[in-house]
Design a protein. Structure first.
Lengths: 349, 276
C-alpha cells in the first residue's frame, strides 16, 4: 500500500506484504513509573514475517515498550496481544512464543556456550531428543560451532551477541525481540549481526521486532515506528517516512546551466534554481530520475555536457529532526546514561 | 558465510514444545536446570571448596583446641564432654550458614550481570525458580558440610555410618532453610552494597546466638527471644543430637521448626523476587 508505485530499491530489504493477521497488537498502551510516563498511549500492529523497528533516542520509551511486549513489565493501561495471546493473562504462553535478545548481556559467562544453550532448552522445554540437533543448528547458523565449548567469558562482544541470538532461537520463537541488538559493537560486527537477522527471516519467516537509535540500522526494517517521549510520532516504511520530509535533492553543473535549466523546466516540468554555477532541483526519486535525465539529455540538446552530479537523499535523521525538532543524538551522552541508569534501578530488571 | 541451511531441524512439524508441553503448577525440569547450573559453577570455583577446608581448621583445630582447657565440661551442660566435640556440630552449622547464604547471594550476582533476566523471561513459575535456587544452595552447603565431617577423626570423634547418613539428611534440611533465608535477603536487596551488612548483622549474630560454640541456656533473659527465633538454634541442636547425643529439644521438633521456617520464608521471598 505504501510502496505500490515504486520498484523496490535493491539496496533495501524486500518489503513484506502485510498479511491479514497481525502477530503483535498493541492498543492504547500506557506505562508509568511513578510520576514518569515512559510510554504514553501508543497503538500499533506488527505483521507476521515483518522486520519492525522502534526508532528513537534513549529514554524515549523503546525499552519499556519491548519489555511490556515480552511480559517483563506490566502495562499501566491498554491491551497487548502477542502471537494471539494476552500479555497479562497468558504470559507463559507469550513467553513460549518469543525469543528475546536484551540490550545488556544475559549469558552466564561462567558456563560454556553449549551449557548456556542447554540451560535454555530446559527452561523452555525443548523436547529432549531434539536438543542436541537444535543446539548444533543454532551454533552453525551463528557461526559459533568452533567455539561451542569455550567459557563465554572468553568470548568477544560480537560473539556473545550472536550466542544470545542463537539461544533466543532454540525454542523456535515466532517473534524475535531485539533490544538495541548492535549497541556497543563495531561496524563490521554490526553488519554481520544484520546478515544473521535477515537470514533468520528468510529461512524461518521469524517476525523481528527491534529497537534502535542508529538511523542506518533502522533502514533494514520493513516498517519503522519513530518514538519520542513515549509517543509514536510516525509509523511507516523507511522510504515513505523519508518522502515525508521532502524529495531527493539533485545538484549538477553543466556546460550550459541556463540551457539545462530551461530543458528541465520544459521537458520535466521541474523547477531548477541556478546558483553559484550549479543547478539545484528537487525530484521524487533521484535514483530513477538521473539515469533518465542522462539518457535523454543528448537527444534534447546535443551539445550539452553534464560535468558533475550529486544526489542528496533525505535520511531518517532528517525525518526525526522534522518530527521532533531535534537530532536523535543531540542529547549529552553522559546525562543520557545517567537517566538510563536511574530508570533501570527503579525497574530492578 | 555462504552456507546452506537445512531448515528441517527448526521446522519439524508437530513437535513444537509450546504445543505438546503441559504445564503444571510447578516446573521440575526448570528447577533441575537451575540446580544443575548452580552445582556446575560450584565445582568450577575451587576457592569455595578451599573455604570449606579452611573453616574447620580455623574453628575446630585452632579455636577449639585453644579454648578446650579453659572450659569445664560441666559448664557445657553435661559431664564428660570434650569441648572440641561440643563445638563440632557448631562448626558444621557455620559451614552450612556460610555456604547457604553465599549461594543465595548469587541471585544478586545474576541480577547484576544480567543472567537473571534469562531466567525471568522463561515460561517458568517463579516458585520453581526459587526451589531450584534453594535446592542448589542446600546441596552445595551439604557438600561443604561433608568436607567438615572429614575433620571429625582429627578431634577423636568417630561417627558410625548410620550417624553419617543421619547427618546428611539433617544438614540438608538446615541448609535448605538457611538458603531460603538467603533468598529472601537477596530478593529484597538491589545491589551488592548490602553484602557486608548481611554478613555482620545476620550471619554472625545468628551463629553466636545458636549455641554453636557455647551453651545458650544461661544467657540473659533479654537475649532469649533472639535465641528462640533463630532457626540456627534448632539446626545446631539437631546436629548435636545426631553427632554426640546431647540436646535441648526433641530432634523431630527441631526438624519441624526448620521445615516451617523454610516454607514461611519462601512464601515471603516469592512476591519480593517477582517484583518488576
Amino acid at each position: 500500500m505504501l510502496e505500490q508505485n515504486n520498484a523496490p530499491n535493491p539496496a533495501l530489504p524486500t518489503p513484506v506484504q502485510p498479511v491479514s493477521s497481525p502477530i503483535i497488537e498493541v492498543a492504547h498502551l500506557v506505562k508509568r513509573y511513578g510520576p514518569l510516563t515512559a510510554v504514553d498511549n501508543i497503538s500499533f500492529e506488527v505483521h507476521e514475517g515483518e522486520i519492525f523497528g522502534f526508532l528513537g533516542p534513549n529514554g524515549a520509551g523503546k525499552s519499556t515498550t519491548i519489555k511490556t511486549l515480552c511480559t517483563l513489565v506490566k502495562p499501566s493501561e491498554g491491551q497487548v496481544k502477542v502471537a494471539g495471546f494476552d500479555i497479562m493473562g497468558q504470559s507463559d504462553a507469550v513467553r513460549q512464543q518469543i525469543g528475546i535478545i536484551f540490550q545488556d548481556p544475559t549469558l552466564d559467562s561462567g558456563l560454556t556456550a553449549v551449557e548456556n544453550l542447554e540451560f535454555h532448552c530446559m527452561m523452555y522445554h525443548v523436547p529432549r531428543p531434539e536438543r542436541s540437533d537444535r543446539i548444533k543448528y543454532v551454533l552453525d547458523l551463528m557461526d559459533l560451532d568452533a567455539h561451542k565449548d569455550r567459557l563465554v567469558k572468553t568470548y568477544s562482544g560480537g560473539m556473545r551477541r550472536r550466542l544470545e541470538i542463537a539461544r533466543g532461537l532454540l525454542h523456535r520463537p515466532r517473534i524475535l525481540f531485539l533490544d538495541e541488538p548492535t549497541v556497543g559493537l563495531d561496524p563490521q560486527t554490526r553488519n554481520y549481526i544484520w546478515q544473521y537477522v535477515r537470514r533468520l527471516r528468510e529461512i524461518h519467516k521469524t517476525t523481528i521486532f527491534m529497537t534502535t537509535h542508529y538511523m542506518d540500522e533502522a533502514e533494514h526494517c520493513d516498517r519503522i515506528a519513530i518514538i519520542d517521549h513515549g509517543v509514536i510520532v510516525a509509523l511507516d516504511t523507511p522510504a515513505a517516512l523519508k518522502r515525508m520530509v521532502g524529495e531527493d535533492q539533485l545538484e549538477l553543473t553543466t556546460s550550459d546551466n541556463t540551457l539545462a535549466a530551461r530543458i528541465i523546466e520544459d521537458y520535466y516540468k521541474l523547477s531548477a534554481t541556478e546558483r553559484d554555477d550549479r543547478l539545484t532541483l528537487q525530484v521524487a526519486e533521484a535514483d530513477r530520475f538521473v539515469p533518465a535525465l542522462l539518457g535523454e539529455l543528448p537527444r534534447l540538446a546535443s551539445n550539452l555536457v553534464v560535468n558533475t552530479l550529486q544526489i542528496r537523499k533525505p535520511t531518517l535523521e532528517d525525518v526525526f529532526l522534522k518530527l521532533t525538532g531535534r537530532l536523535i543524538r543531540e542529547e549529552d551522552e553522559g546525562k543520557k546514561d545517567e537517566r538510563r541508569l536511574n530508570l533501570r534501578k527503579r525497574r530492578r530488571l | 558465510m555462504a552456507k546452506v541451511f537445512n531448515d528441517s531441524v527448526m521446522s519439524l512439524p508437530g513437535t513444537d514444545s509450546a504445543l505438546t508441553f503441559r504445564r503444571g503448577a510447578l516446573d521440575w525440569e526448570a528447577t533441575y536446570g537451575i540446580w544443575r547450573r548452580d552445582l556446575k559453577k560450584f565445582f568450577r570455583e575451587k576457592s569455595r571448596l578451599w573455604g570449606g577446608i579452611a573453616r574447620p581448621i580455623l574453628w575446630l583445630i585452632i579455636l577449639g583446641s585453644s579454648l578446650k582447657p579453659a572450659i569445664s565440661s560441666s559448664s557445657l551442660g553435661s559431664t564428660g564432654i570434650d569441648y572440641t566435640h561440643y563445638i563440632f556440630p557448631g562448626v558444621i552449622a557455620l559451614t552450612l550458614i556460610f555456604t547457604s547464604i553465599q549461594s543465595a547471594i548469587s541471585i544478586i550476582w545474576d541480577r547484576e550481570f544480567g543472567f537473571l533476566k534469562e531466567v525471568m523471561v522463561a515460561p517458568v513459575p517463579r516458585l520453581s525458580i526459587l526451589l531450584g535456587k534453594a535446592l542448589g544452595g542446600a546441596t552445595q552447603a551439604t557438600i561443604q558440610g561433608i568436607i567438615t565431617l572429614a575433620f571429625a577423626p582429627l578431634i577423636g570423634l568417630w561417627l558410625n555410618p548410620l550417624v553419617l547418613l543421619g547427618l546428611l539428611g539433617t544438614m540438608f534440611v538446615i541448609a535448605f532453610a538457611l538458603t531460603a533465608l538467603g533468598i529472601v535477603i537477596s530478593s529484597a536487596m538491589t545491589s551488592f552494597e548490602g553484602f557486608g551488612v548481611i554478613s555482620n548483622f545476620v550471619v554472625m549474630p545468628m551463629y553466636f546466638l545458636s549455641g554453636a560454640i557455647y551453651p545458650t541456656e544461661s544467657a540473659p533473659f533479654w537475649i532469649k527471644p533472639l535465641i528462640y527465633i533463630n532457626p540456627l538454634t534448632y539446626g545446631v541442636d539437631a546436629l548435636r543430637q545426631v553427632t554426640i547425643g546431647v540436646g535441648v529439644h526433641d530432634f523431630w521438633f527441631d526438624m519441624g521448626v526448620l521445615a516451617v521456617f523454610a516454607v514461611v520464608v519462601l512464601a515471603i521471598a516469592l512476591p519480593l523476587f517477582n517484583r518488576e
